[in-house]
Ligand binder design. Structure first.
Ligand code: FPP
Ligand code: MG
Length: 311
């Protein structure tokens, strides 16, 4: 199967799984349909689904035949949905007025704009919790896998990683610097922020896939390292796109980081060096992924494509 065909097949399977695993709007007016509508507003707004795709691709590495690959992807779908629930919660909360205060996300009004702040806060809370409901329920028959997945996802979403990185990001913002109201974050501070805020979830995505695919501990470690490199590359590209691409293409407000006086890979290193750093990080990730067993072709193309994405 060529890359676009496999990509579209995985995306279709993922969207169907998301639709079936996340609570539907109640058919009767008995429950608060509003919370489910808000969750789905943000979840089904057309994100790139990078984290789910990484998880599904990594799961496929454990297969020896196309049939096995289909089965392993099927087994990894709930984990992929759980990861996307957590990612979407983090975007909803990041867009709130008390954080980045944004109006547009994934080409749609942000959750608090489409609903209201309290509903957006609750939709994020519910998505975070829903992720663990899905993991605990879907892998109930395989308690070793369930425990390992919960551990990996919880670690990534914790105060030490996703939330800690976001905290540091907020603290680094708009401190008085030499040029006025600008961040004083150093290159090392920036790496800390994004190793946690961005790379943690990409590491977890690859590792969840590897766990479902039955990869050995050393291979899971390789996936974690690849996710770290890929996560930093992803954020560098995100910063370059924020500085160079229009709002309509991005589906979120462009140029926001510079206006907010935020430290970014572009503000610290400049566009050219940022581009080189992203390419180096991607190459490091690809070298790690190439060393893994199984058919790595799809995963390599997916990871390489993250460097040259347009949004
Ligand atoms: C864009 O992902 C998002 C990032 C690069 C990570 C940003 C991290 C945060 C906003 C952390 C916030 C954390 C908390 C706890 C509030 P993407 O380009 O894959 O987006 P898409 O899914 O819309 O395509
Ligand atoms: Mg932000």
């Amino acid at each position: 199967m060529d890359f676009p065909t496999k990509l579209n097949s995985l995306l279709a399977r993922f969207e169907a799984s998301l639709d079936s695993l996340v609570p539907a709007l109640p058919a009767t007016p008995a429950g608060p349909a509003r919370i489910h509508a808000a969750m789905r507003h943000s979840l089904q707004a057309g994100g790139k689904r990078i984290r789910p795709l990484l998880a599904l691709a990594a799961a496929g590495l454990g297969a020896r035949t196309p049939e096995e690959s289909f089965q392993l992807v099927a087994s990894a779908l709930p984990a992929a949905v759980a990861l996307e629930c957590i990612h979407t919660y983090s975007l909803i909360h990041d867009d709130l007025p008390c954080m980045d205060d944004d109006d547009l996300r994934r080409g749609r009004p942000t959750c608090h704009r489409a609903f209201d702040e309290a509903t957006a806060l609750l939709a994020g809370d519910a998505l975070l919790t829903e992720a663990f409901v899905i993991l605990a329920t879907s892998y109930a028959g395989r308690s070793d896998i369930a425990a390992a997945l919960v551990r990996v996802v919880a670690d990534a979403a914790s105060g030490l990683r996703l939330v800690g990185g976001q905290m540091q990001d907020l603290m680094a913002e708009r401190r008085p610097g030499p040029g006025g109201l600008a961040s004083t974050a150093s290159a090392a501070d920036l790496d800390f922020i994004h190793l946690n805020k961005t790379a943690a979830m990409l590491e977890a995505s690859l590792m969840c896939g590897g766990l479902v695919g039955g990869l050995a501990p050393a291979e899971l470690d390789t996936l974690r390292h690849a996710g770290r490199e890929l996560g930093l590359a992803f954020q560098i590209v995100d910063d370059v796109l924020d500085a160079t691409t229009d709002t309509a293409t991005l589906g979120k407000t462009a140029g926001k980081d510079a206006r907010a006086g935020k430290a970014t890979y572009v503000s610290i290193h400049g566009i050219t060096t940022a581009g080189r750093l992203a390419a180096e990080r991607t190459e490091a990730a690809l070298a790690l992924l190439r060393s893994l067993p199984g058919d790595t072709a799809f995963l390599l193309e997916l990871a390489g494509g993250m460097l040259v994405r347009r949004k």
